[in-house]
Design a protein around this ligand. Structure first.
Ligand code: CU
Length: 117
């Protein structure tokens, strides 16, 4: 994906082993604000994993670019592991972005990325 992003999100993944609250940037879904973008945005998402376990983060409705790879799920390593991905906001709607560990998803590790045409 060429060019520079015009919208950026820096997101902390949080939670603790044995805990029952897992969040994206401290907000446990569904008690969490949506991530707002505009149609056509080049979005960059940077995640830092503050927790002691890996999170397989999945975005609905889009493929994203991580380095040279194009995929819809990416593993974020534990203990301050970092991942950055880019995508183009070319499919308006309300799309869940979440951890694919269903226990974490159920405990809050999700956000809606929302935009309208
Ligand atoms: Cu997780």
């Amino acid at each position: 994906m060429s060019g520079q992003p015009n919208r950026k999100f820096d997101l902390a993944l949080t939670g603790r082993r044995g805990g029952n609250v897992w969040t994206i940037d401290g907000e446990p879904y569904p008690d969490a604000n949506p991530l707002s973008v505009q149609p056509g945005d080049h979005v960059r998402v940077h995640m830092v994993n503050h927790s002691p376990v890996v999170h397989p983060m999945h975005l609905h409705g889009h493929f994203f670019q991580v380095g040279d790879a194009v995929q819809d799920t990416v593993l974020v390593p534990q203990h301050m592991g970092e991942v950055t991905f880019d995508f183009i906001a070319d499919n308006p709607g309300d799309w869940l972005f979440h951890c694919h560990n269903l226990y974490h998803l159920d405990a809050g590790m999700a956000r809606v990325i929302t935009y309208v045409q």
